[in-house]
Design a protein around this ligand. Structure first.
Ligand code: ATP
Ligand code: MG
Length: 407
């Protein structure tokens, strides 16, 4: 992806007398034959030189030496070799200094597998033996591990998520240093922590990451989240079967025995969006209601779920149940649900032959919550109780329902 375009950038830099290399994640992923999503370039040219050489650029991070160069419609980050000054607060270097040697730039990087550079002919620059660690499936800090985690504690969680993404082990001294410095994660913003946790949950081997969180007590500053991973550890291999993050969080929380309120607190701590929070809590609660043990639920009342929360929610719940039942594939819930759904003559309030406006004009009443409730009632009647979906039948039922409520 985009490699030949990026090669043009290296070529232009070289022909202007500078050094230029591919660096970091893209080199690692090429060597592993994994898909590469962003190509980073490093160079001894200063940002001003880069901007001059490539008129099509966006100055995305000049302070850190980064200019995004546009080539063939794609953007590539070109960053000047740099070291990072003293670390202020376990996360942010006070300053960055531009340097003229590639080696110094590689030294500031977190793990040996991320500290390799490659020129445009494919020649590797690998001063910390990252290739050998890659071959052995090992994550190893560059330099003194404890010092590196003290500089930037987020690296602890980066190691955890790389272990899960690549199914790698963590080298012994690196792992010991992670345990020794895990408390420093308290200084890192939860949004950044959540980001790494989510990459871990979306990885092919989430159970590897979960086990490492437990082993290193990485989330000790957030006891509820640490407990979540500790309690859900045994079920975390089920995560990979789920399509998206809210499901994954819901499964973890359910597996940890969280109910609605605890799930809500966990979502608040993670600063998840309101929408995700609401979906997760509803899933956790429903799962706990119908599925109290890790066992096949016998009678799921899909009808009431469909009415209460709609088709979308049912399919979300269905995906979760499928994952929970990984070991018992004999029950085909998806089909059962699909059948109920297909048989519903009216699949949503929007398909009714009447809308809210029709209701309050025909019944000569002021609009209000009652319109919503009444539409829901009409939908239920048409979907499951054979009320014909015609304006006349709906209006008659609506009149009866209003009368029932007024008595
Ligand atoms: P991903 O596949 O998630 O993009 P990546 O290795 O490319 O993985 P990025 O966050 O994109 O990760 O960072 C690019 C490179 O910058 C890394 O490969 C690493 O060399 C360096 N890097 C990123 N974050 C840190 C950090 N916290 N400490 C040291 N080096 C880092
Ligand atoms: Mg990257």
């Amino acid at each position: 992806m985009g490699k030949s375009l990026a090669e043009n950038i290296l070529k232009t830099l070289e022909e202007s007398g500078y050094e230029a290399y591919f660096v970091g994640g893209c080199v690692r992923d090429w060597l592993l034959n994994r898909p590469v999503h962003d190509i980073d370039i490093c160079t001894n040219a200063h940002p001003g030189d880069v901007m001059r050489l490539f008129p099509q650029h966006v100055p995305t991070g000049l302070k850190h030496g980064t200019v995004s160069v546009k080539e063939g419609g794609s953007l590539f980050e070109v960053t000047t070799y740099r070291t990072e000054g003293e670390y202020e607060d376990f996360r942010r270097p006070k300053e960055v200094n531009f340097v003229s040697e590639l080696q110094l730039d590689l030294e500031r990087r977190d793990f040996t597998m991320n500290a390799m550079a490659m020129d445009r002919y494919g020649v590797l620059v690998d001063p910390f033996h990252g290739l050998s660690d890659l071959k052995n499936g090992l994550i190893r800090a560059v330099g003194h591990p404890e010092q590196r985690f003290r500089e930037d504690a987020l690296r602890i969680l980066r190691a955890v998520r790389f272990a899960a993404q690549l199914n790698f082990r963590i080298e012994e001294k690196t792992l010991a240093a992670m345990k020794g410095t895990a408390e420093l994660l308290q200084h890192i913003a939860i949004e950044r922590i959540r980001e790494e946790l989510q990459k871990m949950l979306e990885s092919p081997a989430p159970a590897v990451g979960t086990a490492l969180i437990v082993e290193t007590a990485a989330l000790q500053a957030w006891p509820r989240l640490q407990t979540l991973f500790a309690k859900a550890k045994g079920q975390s291999d089920r995560l990979a079967a789920l399509p998206n993050l809210p499901h994954k969080w819901a499964l973890l929380m359910y597996a940890a025995g969280f109910l609605y309120e605890e799930a809500r607190q966990a979502c608040l701590e993670l600063k998840l969006s309101k929408r995700d929070k609401e979906l997760i809590c509803a899933l956790v609660q429903t799962l706990a209601d119908i599925h109290p043990k890790w066992d096949v639920p016998q009678n799921i009342d899909w009808q009431s779920h469909l009415l209460e929360r709609g088709w979308q929610f049912c399919t979300e719940l269905n995906a979760l149940l499928q994952a929970c039942w990984k070991n018992k594939p004999d029950r085909d819930i998806a089909n059962a649900l699909m059948q109920i759904y297909e048989q519903m003559p009216v699949k949503s309030v929007q398909e009714l032959a009447l809308n809210g406006h029709d209701l309050y004009t025909q019944l000569s009443k002021k609009p209000g919550q009652w319109v919503h409730d009444l539409l829901q009632h009409l939908w239920e009647q048409t979907a499951f109780y054979q009320l014909p979906n015609t304006p006349e039948a709906l209006l008659e039922e609506a009149r009866k329902e209003v009368a029932r409520h007024e008595h």
